[in-house]
Design a binder for this molecule. Structure first.
Ligand code: PAF
Length: 286
């Protein structure tokens, strides 16, 4: 895989990959690649003629410097994995390349960045929106692939693309899960074995909520079931629980009449884990 470390090199490579009207896809990542990322890459390959993967552990989306320092990094293994998975180029910039000295420009989805997960991690979605905008400007892809697991991130990216008229199609890919339901995440590498087993509680809680929604239960019952399921796992601590309308991202109450998204986060063994599920009301209630 051709590796580009600078903006200039990446621009030149992307221009070459787009030659002759070829469609170029970008898969933005923070590395420590796993099967979830390979699913993003496969979706990119299926829709585009050439694929760029970026690996950049973006400092501006981490509030806590300890969290940034602990974020898993495995660049050599990542590059080997990408070579076997059919990526055409890897963008692997240093922080100073993305944030040049004196950098002061930010991109923020002003409402969406400050609610739900964003309210608990101030500045996080500003950092995500800013770096995604920069990556789009550098690579100029026709399409970009994001995982559904980071549900609010996907909404933030869609909003910024719409509001700033960026000519990039956003493709969402369903979450890839381990056999016990745990959503694959680079952070899972930091879980001790007993915490790894406990982490499956997020998926279990979401399964329960999905069954309740399908049976016509009100959103308040979903909240209660999700809280009770996480509380029953002594190694887990609930951090965030939001149930929002899948279209406009407004909080929902009472009986569902349209598709909703559940965003659940919990700390297991000191590691923050996120998961998500879209749920539908029973067919008769839609
Ligand atoms: O989802 C991620 O890995 C990151 O938030 C992203 C989109 C690459 C931006 O840094």
């Amino acid at each position: 895989v051709e590796t580009c470390a600078t903006v200039a090199a990446m621009r030149a490579t992307a221009a070459r990959l787009r030659q002759g009207g070829r469609r170029l896809a970008l898969v933005p990542t923070m590395g420590a690649l796993h099967d979830g990322h390979l699913a993003l890459l496969a979706a990119a390959r299926a829709r585009a003629d050439a694929v760029v993967v970026s690996i950049f552990v973006n400092p501006t989306q981490f509030g806590d410097p300890r969290d940034l320092a602990l974020y898993p990094r495995s660049e050599a293994a990542d590059a080997a994995l990408l070579a076997g998975a059919g990526a055409d180029a890897l963008f692997l910039p240093a922080a100073a390349e993305i944030y040049p000295p004196g950098d002061e420009t930010i991109v923020e989805t002003t409402r969406l960045a400050g609610v739900f997960h964003g309210a608990r991690r101030p500045g996080h979605f500003r950092g995500v929106a800013t770096v995604v905008c920069k990556l789009f400007n550098i690579v100029a892809p026709d399409l970009a692939i994001f995982g559904e697991k980071d549900y609010q991130q996907l909404a933030v990216v869609r909003r910024l693309v719409r509001d700033l008229h960026l000519p990039v199609e956003i493709v969402a890919v369903p979450t890839v899960r381990a056999a016990d339901g745990l959503a694959l995440s680079s952070r899972n590498a930091r879980l001790a074995p007993e915490d790894r087993a406990a982490a499956a509680v997020l998926a279990r809680a979401l399964d329960r909520a999905q069954a309740l929604a399908a049976a016509g239960a009100p959103v308040e019952d979903l909240h209660e079931a999700l809280r009770a399921t996480v509380a029953a796992e002594p190694r887990a601590r609930l951090v965030g629980l939001d149930i929002v309308d899948a279209e406009d991202f407004a909080p929902v109450q009472g009986r569902l009449t349209r598709r909703a998204g559940i965003m659940l986060s919990a700390e297991v063994g000191g590691v923050l884990l996120l998961d998500q599920r879209e749920v539908d009301p029973p067919a008769g209630d839609r």
